[in-house]
Design a protein around this ligand. Structure first.
Ligand code: HEM
Length: 403
């Protein structure tokens, strides 16, 4: 347990996951560290009270039902095939070096654009991020400064009132874009099972307001993207043919699963703690009483990199996650690893995230021989600045087409 004058009290024991994030009644999210949309409404993941959050999650969760995921699977194939085809084009004349981090992002943004707005962002076609995505990341950078001042209330209101209009306009532009795209999507009323279809179909009386939908969809596009060996098991399961890569074929490959787990351990998608407010007396976390008014969290990146939790914690060793892991990893405290969080606010996109990561990786390794372009990668890939999410950093790899 660690305390600071402005930050939350942090915990690194496994039982803290349950005590902080899955206790009943739920501990509210802290307003510090997150901002509302210009409409004044918070997107679902940063909604403060359990009541408001449950009301919204009941609507949004329909977009993640088994039926919905099955119906949306073709989009994962469409864009992962497009990724392979774009990279094959680049590798036609021999080895090509690409920033694979960028290409994975292009793919996931196109998928999310299609799922949320019935229209891809065309990142894969253009080999570039859409302007809206660039604006969003730029605003996240600026917003982090605002959240620092939230810890000093008198300064916060002064800074807010002096906020340059250019930043205000920037943020408004981002949310205006979402509103416009959703308006267009509603007007077109396409007959397809995308996220909006499920959200609108299940938004009955007492569900979500239009401002809540707009704010939540903006975050959903971000939550679902930007995350993301040739190995014998992929070859055996698919015979090195990307068209044999199906969700079923890749879902039960233990080494592929282990590679992704180890990647998320070293570079967690949500690296910093999610603070919760202790809103009542008598609460204990890991058996220790916590005063009312305290903010509490688990800092995932710190926990996942801690030598007391993982043997050789800074090294990439997927084997530690295998059912028959070498004995030296028996000391790993794997239960501390919760990349999708636990409790009523845990990740709704866990299943599609696994499907997407496995499909994309398997198709890439079927189509290409891949090696790290060590000479171009600067410093340690896990060493990144963290705003709300981890900063983007190129990951250069050399690709050779197998066909
Ligand atoms: C490797 C991929 C992913 C990881 C590690 C991840 C992790 C997380 C985490 C830790 C949270 C909780 C954040 C918080 O409480 O502030 C979260 C929330 C959420 N995630 Fe993911 N996520 C991933 C991919 C996705 C995808 C692909 C989607 C959708 C297509 C998605 C949709 C959501 C939604 C809707 C929430 C909000 C849940 C709520 O507030 O009830 N995520 N995710």
């Amino acid at each position: 347990m660690a305390e600071s004058s402005t930050g939350p009290t942090t915990y690194m024991k496994v039982s803290a996951w349950r005590d902080i994030y899955a206790c009943q009644p739920e501990l509210p999210k802290s307003a510090k560290g997150t901002l509302a949309a210009p409409s004044g409404v918070r997107p679902m993941p940063t909604t403060l009270t359990a009541r408001d959050h449950n009301r919204q999650r009941r609507v949004v969760s329909h977009a993640f039902s088994d039926r919905a995921l099955k119906e949306q699977e073709y989009l994962l194939h469409k864009y992962s095939d497009m990724l392979v085809s774009r990279l094959r084009g680049l590798a036609r004349k021999g080895t090509t070096i690409v920033d694979i981090y960028n290409w994975y992002n292009f793919t996931t943004f196109d998928i999310l654009g299609d799922l949320c707005f019935d229209e891809s962002f065309h990142c894969l076609e253009n080999a570039a991020n859409h302007d809206w995505i660039i604006e969003v990341y730029d605003s996240i950078n600026k917003a982090k400064v605002m959240t620092v001042f939230q810890h000093f209330p008198p300064l916060d209101s002064i800074i807010r009132s002096c906020l340059p209009s250019i930043i205000r306009q920037k943020v408004r532009k981002i949310f205006d874009f979402t509103r416009q795209k959703i308006d267009e999507r509603i007007k077109r009323n396409p007959d397809r099972p995308d996220f909006m279809h499920y959200i609108l179909e299940n938004n009955h009386k007492g569900g979500m307001t239009r401002d809540e939908i707009d704010a939540t969809v903006t975050v959903l596009v971000l939550a679902g993207s930007g995350q993301t060996v040739t190995h014998k098991e992929i070859r055996d399961a698919t015979h090195n043919d990307p068209t044999n890569v199906t969700v079923e074929a890749v879902s039960s490959l233990p080494f592929l699963h282990a590679v992704l787990q180890e990647s998320m351990r070293l570079r967690p998608v949500v690296p910093v703690g999610n603070p919760r407010e202790v809103n009542r007396p008598g609460l204990s976390i890991c058996g220790v009483p916590v005063p009312q008014g305290c903010r509490v969290s688990i800092p995932p990146k710190t926990a996942y990199h801690h030598p007391s939790k993982f043997v050789d914690a800074e090294s990439f060793i997927p084997e530690r996650w295998l059912p028959d892991a070498p004995p030296r990893f028996s000391a790993d405290e794997k239960e501390i690893f919760e990349p999708f969080m636990v409790g009523p606010r845990s990740c709704l996109g866990r299943t599609p995230a696994w499907m997407e990561m496995k499909l994309i990786l398997a198709k890439i390794f079927c189509a290409f021989d891949v090696r790290l372009a060590e000479e171009l990668n600067v410093g340690n890939w896990t060493d990144v600045k963290i705003h709300f999410v981890a900063e983007t950093k190129p990951l250069f790899v050399a690709l050779d087409s197998k066909t």
